[in-house]
Design a protein around this ligand. Structure first.
Ligand SMILES: Cc1ncc(COP(=O)(O)O)c(C=O)c1O
Length: 372
């Protein structure tokens, strides 16, 4: 098909200027030339372990019925999530990954010219959410300990702010906030702002001794808020694309419901998530193995003189003596994919996702060669 004439307003200038998804590279498009099956994926904060065997069995069973559309209300999963979180079922919305929910937040709250306050460095999905809607990003640098800066976020809010994103634990720095701090932000925001609390790494935070904010947050009725969680990380279901939102009120939940597509989450993902949720033992073993490998990687980085943020997530961000792009390329040539921080001021930071024990061995040997 011919390219659209350059005078066309479709796509809009905003969309034209945006990057196409697929970057940073995943193992499939690695330039290393190494057999993709042997490449170590330590770049996307995935779990290196398969999901619960019970989830796999449930998904295999669900596959035999995919001639039918999935449950558009995800009833079984919502009932289980409601039971586990203590949150009203009517206020739980399931999404095609928490990515879909982030996009929805932008769609329901933003108009061109609005402002979106985001921690920096943080998850790139927030910048995309602002850009797609013609909103302006207002970055707020994270604290020294890698957690979001509540005072900074509050100072960044103007009468044009429509979304404040908070990530706890934050990706890529891995710092987390206590309930008191989350509440301070929630209570300090005007009701014209949607507070999005992204808890993609919630399970890791709790495992590291962090607080669950939900009971206290439910008491906050002065600002619309929503908490996003995902099955992509601690449950090992990234390839299934399924996450959920715990909403402040019926009105917030309704808004997310209205703008989603009807069958947004496929039946296999729903079945897998439901079974994975019930298998706490499997998830705990993923969390424990993650902790062990994170500590080994942290110790290795410290030996090489690299400063790291004290992360509770399945990743570590570290400052390197060489430019991060060079370190990433050197490791990729050895078949190890890692990430780097794209935020201004963080050019010398890499981000390493924890892998298996063998991944850690290979990573530390490679880092010795590249940075030692
Ligand atoms: C902080 C954060 N939020 C959201 C996501 C998106 O996760 P999902 O796979 O649920 O779309 C990620 C993925 O890396 C993330 O790090």
């Amino acid at each position: 098909m011919a390219e659209a004439a350059s005078s066309s307003t479709i796509p809009t200038t905003v969309i034209r200027s945006m990057p196409t998804p697929g970057w940073p590279p995943t193992q499939r498009d690695s330039a290393s030339g190494i057999d993709p099956a042997r490449i170590r994926r330590m770049n996307l904060n995935e779990a290196p372990f398969p999901p619960s065997p019970k989830a796999i069995a449930a998904m295999q069973e669900a596959v035999t019925r995919v001639n039918y559309y999935p449950d558009p209300k995800w009833r079984d999963l919502v009932a289980a999530l409601s039971e586990q979180t203590g949150h009203a079922a009517e206020r739980i919305v399931v999404g095609h990954g928490s990515d879909e929910l982030i996009v929805s937040a932008g769609r329901l709250a933003l108009m061109p010219g609005d402002e979106v306050a985001v921690p920096t460095p943080s998850f790139p999905g927030y910048a995309k959410c602002a850009a797609v809607n013609g909103a302006t990003l207002v970055p707020v640098r994270v604290r020294q300990d890698g957690a979001c800066d509540i005072d900074g976020m509050l100072e960044a809010v103007t009468e044009r702010t429509r979304i404040v994103f908070l990530a706890t634990p934050n990706n890529p720095t891995g710092g987390m906030l206590g309930t008191e701090e989350v509440l301070r932000l929630a209570k300090g925001l005007p009701d014209t702002t949607l507070l999005v609390i992204d808890e993609a790494y919630y399970e890791y935070g709790i495992y590291a001794g962090g607080e669950d904010h939900m009971a206290a947050l439910r008491e906050v009725t002065t600002v619309p808020w929503v908490v996003f969680r995902t099955f992509s990380k601690a449950y090992g279901l990234a390839g299934m694309r399924i996450g959920y939102a715990l909403c402040a009120s019926d009105a917030v939940a309704d808004s997310f419901q209205k703008i989603r597509s009807v069958f947004n989450v496929n039946a296999v993902a729903q079945a897998g998530a439901l079974a994975a949720l019930a298998d706490r033992e499997h998830m705990t073993s993923i969390l424990e193995r993650t902790r062990v490998e994170r500590e080994r990687i942290g110790a290795g980085l410290a030996r090489l003189g690299c400063e790291t943020f004290p992360s509770v997530g399945n990743y570590l961000a570290a400052k390197t003596a060489k430019p991060a792009a060079e370190v990433v390329a050197a490791l990729e040539a050895k078949g190890i994919m890692i990430g780097r921080l794209m935020a201004p001021g963080f050019q010398d930071y890499i981000r390493i996702t924890t892998g298996t024990a063998e991944d850690t061995d290979a990573l530390l040997a490679a880092l010795d060669e590249v940075l030692g």
